[in-house]
Structure formats: structure tokens, C-alpha cells
Ligand binder design. Structure first.
Ligand code: GLC
Length: 421
């Protein structure tokens, strides 16, 4: 059974492999996505270590001179996706989007390196990537934390990777929709529209893109010019974990400056995370940097915060919060007792395996073994029931969104390895 599952996961990674990068799934997402690729590499390492490093190297080959690593690389044109390169207008040799995504690369490198079957090979590949990831981290704190608070802001919901989370509903009130160029969506041709973001949300996504494009994608200007500036605990936790993992790797390679800089980012970030803790919700919350207030939305972003080294008592509270969700499958991207919960709509309720993986990893590190084991077991059960989908209904377990999904398959290989460790 385990072997069959493992082989099925490997097949999906191979079907979606385009040689130097992997598409998330055919049709719906025909390019390279940033955090998808880094997490995909963790699956690839189980059957082809060299290919896993290539996945991340290809991503970083498209890093901007300022240090940003874009959220999409448009390697080959494909009309089946909107918004494509002309809407972004970023003027790069190979077109890319102009925003970023969760900085999971530093963590992925450490996992690839720590578990490498061929350490000498891993060391060579790591040495070349290390300064690039360090430049990305430096870019984050320089451009997205201009006041030096220790936490970075996202300027577009797509940066969080949780596109239509309830977290963005209130901050979206500050984003206008007037004057946007008329457009036709393509996502709703590939997936059920009732499982996707709404038109109103799409209008705002595009307003922001056009606003940043008018500023010629000068990433040093976008933060202050954006009406949407949200400090997301999940996004920050991933960056903090990546900084601390990169610091360890740099220390190992004798790159003392990179090590010290990243250790500093991680420590400062960890103390600043405290300002996002909500005792009432038993988890972290997003903060709207425009209003200065915490956002009353107990989404999975505040649970994903367990991925970095938060205090142990906070991890224990988060484990209890997940238990209180009362869904058959954990972890719902929004708690079902909130009226805004929607079991089938993308990031407003469904379970995502990548998020489960990071939460389980963090909770296990914090000593919450039982909670981590349950998340792992639920994740594998969803696959047995519905196959390798993009996301799942947390109540019925129904498979939703795109099929034959790359990062879902990659996470299955990781969960299986964990179960048999
Ligand atoms: C969706 C997800 C995002 C992911 C992308 C490709 O936009 O919300 O997190 O990176 O699809 O899978």
C-alpha cells in the first residue's frame, strides 16, 4: 500500500516535470511557482537528489537584481492562465510576476542538505545557492520592514500564497477597484467557480498589480505606496525559520557574515511575533499595518506560525486550537465555527497538504508529537480517499481544485518518510 502510494506520488512529480522546473499542475498552473518549487524539491529528493537541487536553482536563476525572487516564472507562454506576462509588464529577460511568495527556500535547502545521500554533491550545490537566498532575505527586511519592526509585510494576497483567505477581507476595504483594465479570468475554466475567489476579490488583486506596474516595479517604492500592507504570521514564520536554517548552513560553510545576519533576522523576528499573539483565539493573527490593528480572522496563517521556533507554551496552545476545530480532517484553513468559513472555497476552509506539512514539522519540533502525528495521519487519509488534489474539504474529505497536484504529491513522500522513520 505504501509502495503504491509512493509510486503514484513519484509519477505525478514526473508528469509535471518540465526538465528544469515543475509545473504545479497542467492547465490551471502552467508555469513555475516559487514556494511550490521549493516544496516540490523535498519530494524529488526521495528519488532524484540532483533534480531536487535543479528545481531550486532554476527558481533562483530568475531572481531580480534587487534580491527579490518572483512568485511566478513564465518560462513558456500559455494562454490558459491569467494574469500573464503582459499584465505584469515586469520587463525581465524571461518574464516573471512582480511580487514574491513565502520564503521557504532556506528551509528547503537545509532539509535537502541535512538528509542528502551524497553530502559532497549537496555541499557544492548549496554553496552556490547560499548567497542568493541570503540576498532574498536581506531584500525582505530592507523593503518590507522599512521601520525595522522585525516583521515583513505582504503587499498582495498572492504573496502569502493563501490567495482568498478571510484574513484579507478587512484590509481589502482599503483597496479600490476603479479604473482597472477589463479582463477575462481563466482559472474558472479549469476549476469550479464556487471553489475559487470571487470577482470582487479578483478586481482588487488586479488593481494592486496595475498600481505596482505604474510604479515600474521599483521594489524599494512599493511598500509605502501600497494601500494593502499586511503582516502575516504564517508568512513571517516561514521567513524566520528560513533565516535560522540559512544561518546554520552558512555557519557550517564558514560564511560567518551570512550566518550572523540571518541569526539576527530570526531572533528579532521571533521576539516581534509576540505582538501578533491573540490569547482569545489561542493563535497568532495578521496585523494590518495601515490601521495598526490585528485582524479578527483566526485563519491557518496564525497556526502556521508554529513552523518557526515560537515559545513552547504557544505551540501547546496552537495544538489545542487545532483540536478545537471540530473538523474530521485537520488543519482547516479557516475555523468552521466562524460564519465566514466555507468548506470548499480555496483558502477559506479547505485543508492544504503543504500547510499541514509545515505545521506538523513545527509542532513536532516544539514537542507536540501527538498533534503532529494526527496531522500527518489525516493528510495521508485524504490522499487514500481522494487522490492527489490541490485541496480538500475538511469535513467530508472531498478532493477539490486541480488534480494530479505536484506539491501535494511531494508532501505525501515527505509524510510517508516521516511515518516510516
Ligand atoms: C494558488 C495558491 C498558491 C500556489 C499556486 C500554485 O495560487 O493559492 O499558494 O502557489 O496556486 O500552486
Amino acid at each position: 500500500m505504501t509502495d503504491a502510494l509512493r509510486n503514484a506520488a513519484i509519477d505525478i512529480l514526473k508528469i509535471n516535470d518540465r526538465g528544469q522546473y515543475t509545473v504545479p499542475t497542467k492547465g490551471l498552473y502552467p508555469f513555475q511557482w516559487n514556494w511550490d518549487s521549493c516544496l516540490t524539491a523535498l519530494g524529488q529528493r526521495h528519488f532524484d537528489e540532483a533534480r531536487a537541487w535543479t528545481e531550486i536553482e532554476t527558481l533562483f536563476a530568475h531572481q531580480w537584481p534587487c534580491g527579490m525572487v518572483p512568485h511566478i516564472i513564465f518560462h513558456q507562454m500559455d494562454d490558459g492562465y491569467f494574469p500573464g506576462p503582459t499584465v505584469w509588464g515586469t520587463n525581465r529577460p524571461v518574464p516573471t510576476s512582480g511580487i514574491t511568495q513565502p520564503a521557504v527556500a532556506g528551509f528547503a535547502l537545509k532539509r535537502l542538505f541535512d538528509r542528502a545521500q551524497d553530502p559532497a554533491h549537496a555541499m557544492t550545490r548549496l554553496r552556490a545557492l547560499l548567497p542568493k537566498v541570503a540576498a532574498w532575505h536581506r531584500w525582505f527586511y530592507a523593503t518590507r520592514d522599512p521601520q525595522g519592526e522585525g516583521l515583513v509585510a505582504i503587499l498582495h494576497p498572492w504573496e502569502a500564497g493563501r490567495d482568498n483567505s478571510v484574513d484579507w477581507d478587512a484590509p481589502f476595504d482599503q483597496v479600490p477597484t476603479d479604473g482597472i483594465t477589463p479582463y477575462t479570468r481563466r482559472d474558472t475554466l479549469h476549476a469550479d467557480p464556487s471553489h475559487r475567489p470571487t470577482k470582487d476579490q479578483y478586481d482588487r488583486y488586479l488593481w494592486l498589480v496595475e498600481h505596482f506596474r505604474a510604479l515600474e516595479w521599483d521594489t524599494s517604492k512599493l511598500h509605502d505606496a501600497s494601500p494593502f500592507q499586511v503582516v502575516d504570521p504564517g508568512f513571517n514564520a516561514i521567513l524566520i525559520r528560513a533565516c535560522s536554517d540559512l544561518a546554520d548552513l552558512a555557519g557550517f560553510l564558514g560564511e560567518e557574515q551570512i550566518a550572523a545576519e540571518n541569526r539576527h533576522f530570526a531572533q528579532r523576528g521571533l521576539s516581534a511575533m509576540e505582538s501578533l499573539w491573540s490569547p482569545r483565539h489561542g493563535q497568532y493573527l495578521c496585523k494590518d499595518r495601515i490601521t495598526g490593528k490585528l485582524i479578527d480572522s483566526a485563519s491557518v496563517g496564525g497556526i502556521l506560525a508554529a513552523f518557526c521556533d515560537i515559545p513552547r507554551e504557544r505551540a501547546a496552545s496552537i495544538a489545542a486550537t487545532i483540536r478545537n476545530h471540530e473538523t474530521r480532517y485537520s488543519v482547516a484553513s479557516h475555523p468552521p465555527h466562524d460564519p465566514r468559513f466555507d468548506a470548499k472555497r480555496y483558502w477559506r476552509g479547505p485543508v492544504w497538504l503543504v500547510v499541514n506539512y509545515m505545521i506538523a514539522d513545527g509542532l513536532a519540533r516544539a514537542g507536540q508529537q501527538d498533534a503532529a502525528a494526527r496531522i500527518s495521519a489525516d493528510s495521508l487519509e485524504l490522499i487514500h480517499k481522494g487522490g492527489f488534489a490541490e485541496y480538500y474539504d475538511p469535513i467530508t474529505g472531498e478532493a477539490l481544485g486541480g488534480g494530479q497536484f505536484t506539491w501535494t504529491a511531494a508532501m505525501v513522500l515527505e509524510f510517508l518518510a516521516r511515518e516510516t522513520a
